[in-house]
Ligand binder design. Structure first.
Ligand code: F6P
Length: 527
């Protein structure tokens, strides 16, 4: 088995070449595959706990599936997975381990004892602070209990907690409202602060690096609000400020008291950080016990990913099916459509997870790839999206594979609504697969069909199942990154834009004539 060095070139693997040959040969239409293979519905499905993945509605026959599994076997996947869980520095450009799995490990799991102790201490701080905020023991400077918490962060320090809090609204404590501010657009924070009472609000400055421009500017604005409204000279030193960070020194330098700095480790990637102190807002919203249930669900998926055979491994199968679509079927994007309004932020969360992880063109040895890597991910909830972009999914000139996601049971809905919701989802995936010939003289009513989809069913949207769902996508993205021979854990692509923004802020008009001209326009028309 090759190790992830210069020796590994995915396109040179026999299985890759076989897949290319199979793509050229062509695969029968999906609907036809179901006719040829009566047990396909049972065969092309896999379970993990209360999650079921049905991947039968994909353009894969038995030969393609065998070749995809052979690709995983021939790739360094097994070794890289071992290295991931063992905490080896697989983030090679930053020489870091990638140990989000350790954040949800249980006693007895094979985690380095020093790391397990560090995680336990950090989780204990989340438990303590979230408990004090929820019980009313944590008081503002004027002695009032807290009614509102504002998480100021961006990217991974925002998207995960915000998505989970929205998804688990059912579990949230009444009387304690969570708010999320991410954009440097001042209208976001200024409008929010107008609605809040500083005496009963706490600000959590969430930033792994504690150097992010947007987050620090928003934190400064919140600090000024406390100065103006409460007359505090240094609000950041009060009980109204918390820091969630892997850079405690910088948070303390900012003025936040050490005991109000909740730490996590450098080896927690930003987009994998909701399981760490960055998840404080989740623990505040749903309680620490439910936060632990979220972690336990993710651990269940970790264990499945680590030990299930490739042919019955949910993240591996999802990754392989996605790779087949990207690299052998010319699909450039895929859509995630949750049939659950509370999962409305899932596509945005997954955009960072997938596109910041695998939007890369540089192999581990620095060589440029000559094959497609991370696809564009987009989506919105169903049924809303049916009345927006499903037209393109059914009749557009490009194929967009879809992940349909639904909870079989929803105690917040009722039987009538929920049946309509779920039947709509099934109808969409069936219509995408089967298509329909055009009636005579009406070519505009032609549905080509053979459009692939996965269906992911959760028994119910519980913290446990949500944890498993998120971990499923984390591992899927990891598997694809390994197969494509890229580093899924850095994000150098975002650096250049940050640097140029700073240059522009420093008064440099722009290094190119187009930017200089637009800068001049902004300056001329500013009121
Ligand atoms: O700019 C990208 C990024 O580094 C993300 O990877 C990260 O989640 C986000 O910025 C926020 O970073 P931080 O948590 O350090 O403020």
């Amino acid at each position: 088995m090759p190790t992830p060095t210069t020796a590994y070139r995915p396109t040179q693997l026999p299985a890759w070449q076989q897949l290319a040959a199979l793509a050229k040969r062509g695969v029968a239409p999906i609907a036809e595959l179901y006719r040829q293979q009566p047990n396909r519905p049972e065969q092309l499905r896999v379970r993990c706990g209360e999650l079921l993945l049905d991947y039968g509605k994909n353009r894969i026959d038995a030969e393609v599936l065998t070749a995809l599994l052979a690709l995983a076997e021939q790739s360094p996947l097994a070794e890289q997975r071992r290295r991931l869980f063992a905490g080896e520095p697989i983030n090679t450009t930053e020489q870091r381990a990638v140990l989000h799995t350790a954040l949800r490990a249980a006693a007895g799991d094979p985690v380095d004892p020093a790391i397990a102790a560090e995680v336990a201490a950090q989780l204990a701080a989340v438990e303590r602070v979230s408990g004090q905020l929820r019980s009313g023991e944590w008081r503002g400077d004027s002695g009032k209990p807290i009614t509102d918490m504002v998480n100021i962060g961006i990217g991974g320090s925002d998207l995960g907690p915000k998505m989970v809090c929205a998804a688990l609204a059912e579990y949230c404590q009444p009387g304690l409202s969570l708010h999320f501010v991410s954009n440097v657009d001042g209208a976001e924070i200024l409008e929010l602060l107008k609605r809040l009472d500083p005496e009963t609000t706490v600000i959590a400055v969430a930033s792994k690096t504690f150097t992010t421009q947007e987050t620090l500017l928003n934190a400064n604005t919140a600090r000024a609000w406390y100065r103006d409204r409460l007359g505090l000279a240094e609000p950041q030193r009060s009980r109204h400020f918390l820091a969630l960070t892997a850079n405690p020194a910088e948070a303390i330098r900012y003025g936040i008291p050490a005991e109000q700095v909740l730490e996590f480790a450098e080896w927690v990637g930003g987009r994998y950080s909701l399981w760490s102190a960055i998840g404080l807002s989740i623990a505040v919203a749903i309680g620490f016990d439910q936060f632990k249930a979220l972690l336990a669900g993710a651990r269940e998926m970790d264990q499945h990913f680590y030990s299930a055979p490739l042919a019955a491994n949910m993240p591996v199968l999802m990754a392989l099916v996605g790779l087949w679509e990207s690299n052998f079927q010319e699909s450039a994007s895929y859509a995630v459509i949750p049939y659950c309004e509370r999962l409305g932020l899932l596509p945005a969360y997954l955009q960072q997870l997938d596109m910041e992880s695998n939007g890369k063109s540089c192999q581990l040895d620095g060589t440029a790839v000559d094959y497609r890597t991370g696809p564009v991910l987009w989506g919105q909830t169903g049924t809303n999206s049916q009345h927006a972009f499903f037209q393109l999914l059914h009749q557009g000139s490009q194929t967009v594979p879809v992940d349909f996601i639904a909870a079989i049971n929803d105690p917040l809905s009722n039987a009538e609504h929920h049946q309509v919701l779920l039947r709509n989802m099934l109808a969409q995936s069936a219509a995408l697969m089967s298509g329909q010939p055009a009636p005579a003289g009406q070519p505009h009513r032609y549905y080509p069909g053979n459009r692939p989809s996965n269906t992911l069913l959760l028994d119910q949207l519980t913290p446990h199942n949500l944890g498993a769902l998120i971990a499923l996508y984390e591992h899927k993205v990891f598997v694809q990154g390994v197969l494509w021979n890229i580093n899924s854990f850095d994000q150098w692509g975002v650096e250049l834009g940050k640097k140029m923004a700073n240059q522009l802020l420093a008064g440099e008009g722009g290094s190119d004539p187009a930017t200089a001209a637009l800068s001049a326009e902004l300056a001329a028309r500013r009121r």
